[in-house]
Design a protein. Structure first.
Lengths: 396, 234
């Protein structure tokens, strides 16, 4: 039932969002959601009533996985799907997503890790996909084990099906008390941030494919076994394919394979003064490693900022091995170009610095250029492409 | 000569890029024609007793206590420090080398006691952000880093700080930041500290091997200057 108050909230919220877009102040969802929640604080709960919601959370791949799941469900389940727009994964963005019309029965919602407990309680989802947990923006979320702990304290019932990467000890701890879990194993690779147990902090014993701790936490038998050498984005596709099956999409193995082949990382093409560059968004050490592993051009630009969402502390650059840049031409740009350039130089790699992306591109007269950019550096590229002035705080 | 640098428990104490400090020391020593052996000590390994420089980094609370227990049981770091080896410890590592620090359940646990310093968790928000300090030793320029810690660390009366806080929180007492006692240096500065402060990196090396040739590391100097300028603007 939609209460009169909720109706008014949604109408005013949509007007505010529409005005915001009209004034070119960004995409407006955050404003829409804020207005809705200000007028009707229970809006997220109310709007999710009698709908089948999937929440997607984790450190890396939320946005891509959300849009992939929407694509699968709308194709294979044969009905419309409500979803959040790219990256708006906090309460205001989620409220705006759920308020959209038509109000489809199915909704796939991306959710920030910190807000997942609250959204789980408000939305009562059918399925939650927990993609992965690794170090991210330490100054904001604190430690990865704190996120795992808050999830552990949250998921204590059997009222939702959790789909998780079984090889991730943080996720295993997160779902250790949950009633209904589907664990998917990718061959049991060692987690780079889990030297110690997420539960008790003793040293974890890692053996091929498994881990265990004296406190009792350990890898469980998987419900599903998937390929061993999948990269992060492919693992995420396997997880959301399972979620699609749970939501009733009759997806065949062959179709899943096709999806796997087509699951792109966040790569976009940008025109910089007439040169096309492909830019890969990398937000934290794990996604930098993924992006570096996929480089195939000998000409590389690294763009690093340290504004709020990038992580204000750049020391994570030293957690990444840049050895694969050896022998390539590397130009560093962005507000923290010196931090990244020095890190790479210490690894024995020749590097040049450039004050902005246009200068960086001009260092390569011909040939393909690949860019890896931190969050706001990537945003700056996108904004530059559109020729509009960046508005603080509109994304996420 | 060969300079031996020991990186202790990188898996447990490497949360904030502090492993970079080892790479920077190695890089700057090699630039002077000094041979370097970098030794990784992992949980379960014993700590060499006769190395030149020992590095401890930042870490989360649980791994910090696990590392402390192993270092205490092993005894190698205390043995080496008593013999004059250089210790450079950041954040959780800084807390570990003190006399006491917080354990689970609001209790205090004894540290390794390399310096007279006591860490407590104050009722205050976590200290997160850029920090800059005026070093106690006049030969160093202003130092900068990024701090991210819950603990406040009080130095004993005989303990010289690494520097005086110009902006940021530091140790949380008396405007002090870090400690520099004999050949033992502790600090809350990540960045990593030695990337953003090449003069401090050289000071650490000099503690181990004495005077060195000049090394004009243009990019490191630019980075240090840029960080100091950025903080001045604030």
């Amino acid at each position: 039932m939609t209460s009169p108050r909720l109706k008014v909230a949604c109408t005013l919220g949509n007007i505010a969002g529409w005005l915001s877009r009209g004034l070119n102040r960004g995409r407006g969802e955050t404003l829409t959601g804020r207005v809705i929640l200000a007028i009707c604080p229970n809006a997220i709960h109310d709007l999710a009533q009698n709908r089948d919601v999937v929440l997607i959370s984790g450190t890396n791949g939320k946005t891509t996985s959300t849009s992939n799941l929407v694509a699968i469900l709308s194709h294979f389940a044969g009905e419309g799907v409500t979803t959040s727009s790219s990256g708006a994964n906090m309460p205001a963005g989620i409220a705006a997503a759920l308020a959209q019309k038509p109000r489809h029965r199915l909704a796939v919602i991306e959710c920030d890790e910190m807000y997942l407990p609250e959204m789980y309680r408000k939305v009562s989802p059918r399925v939650i996909v927990l993609l992965n947990l690794s170090r991210d923006q330490l100054h904001r979320t604190g430690e990865v084990r704190k996120v795992a702990q808050s999830w552990h304290d949250t998921f204590t019932k059997a009222d939702v099906t959790l789909v998780v990467d079984r090889d991730d000890p943080f996720l295993e701890y997160a779902v250790a008390q949950a009633g209904h879990v589907i664990r998917i194993s990718f061959g049991g690779r060692r987690h780079p941030d889990a030297a110690t147990c997420p539960k008790c902090s003793q040293i974890l014993n890692w053996t091929t494919g498994n881990y265990s701790c004296n406190c009792g936490l350990g890898s469980k038998l998987p419900d599903v076994r998937a390929g061993k050498n999948l990269r992060g984005p492919q693992r995420n596709t396997v997880l959301i394919t399972e979620a699609a099956r749970l939501m009733g999409a009759e997806i065949l193995a062959a179709d899943a394979q096709a999806l796997l082949d087509n699951s792109p990382d966040r790569v976009s093409q940008f025109d910089i003064n007439g040169r096309m560059v492909s830019a890969h968004l990398a937000k934290n050490p794990e996604s930098w490693r993924e992006a570096l592993a996929q480089l195939n051009s000998p000409q590389v630009i690294l763009a690093v900022n340290a504004r709020g969402i990038d992580g204000k502390d750049t020391s994570w650059l030293w957690d990444i091995d840049f050895a694969m840049l050896q022998g390539r031409r590397v130009v560093c740009t962005g507000e923290r170009r010196l931090d990244v350039a020095y890190r790479i130089q210490v690894q024995g790699i020749d590097v040049t610095i450039a004050r902005d992306i246009a200068v960086a591109v001009s260092k390569f007269p011909t040939g393909i250029i690949q860019v890896i950019a931190s969050y706001t550096a990537f945003q700056d590229l996108a904004v530059r492409e559109l020729g509009i002035t960046r508005v603080q705080g509109e994304l996420k | 000569m060969t300079l031996t640098i020991v990186r202790l428990y990188h898996d447990l104490l490497g949360t904030y890029g502090d492993q970079g400090n080892a790479e920077i020391l190695q890089y700057r020593a090699i630039a002077r024609g000094i041979e370097v052996e970098l030794i990784e000590v992992n949980p379960g390994d014993s700590t060499p007793r006769s190395a030149d420089i020992y590095l401890l980094g930042g870490g989360e609370d649980g791994p910090q206590l696990a590392a402390l227990e192993m270092l205490r049981n092993d005894g190698g770091l205390n043995f080496a420090a008593a013999g004059g080896a250089v210790v450079f410890a950041v954040c959780a590592g800084f807390q570990i080398i003190g006399e006491s620090l917080p354990a689970a359940n609001d209790e205090q646990v004894s540290g390794l006691g390399l310096v007279d310093a006591h860490t407590v968790y104050p009722i205050a928000p976590r200290s997160v952000g850029e920090v800059q300090i005026a070093p106690a030793r006049g030969e160093l320029p202003i130092l900068t880093g990024f701090e991210n810690h819950q603990g406040f660390t009080q130095l004993g009366p005989e303990m010289p700080a690494l520097g005086r806080v110009l902006s940021g929180v530091g140790n949380g007492y008396d405007q002090a930041e870090g400690v520099w006692h004999g050949n033992v240096i502790g600090t809350y500065m990540h960045g990593p500290a030695l990337a953003r402060n090449p003069e401090l990196a050289d000071a650490v090396l000099q503690c181990a091997i004495g005077p060195m040739a000049r090394f004009d590391d243009e990019l490191a100097i630019l980075l240090a200057q840029e960080r100091r300028q950025a903080l001045k603007r604030k």
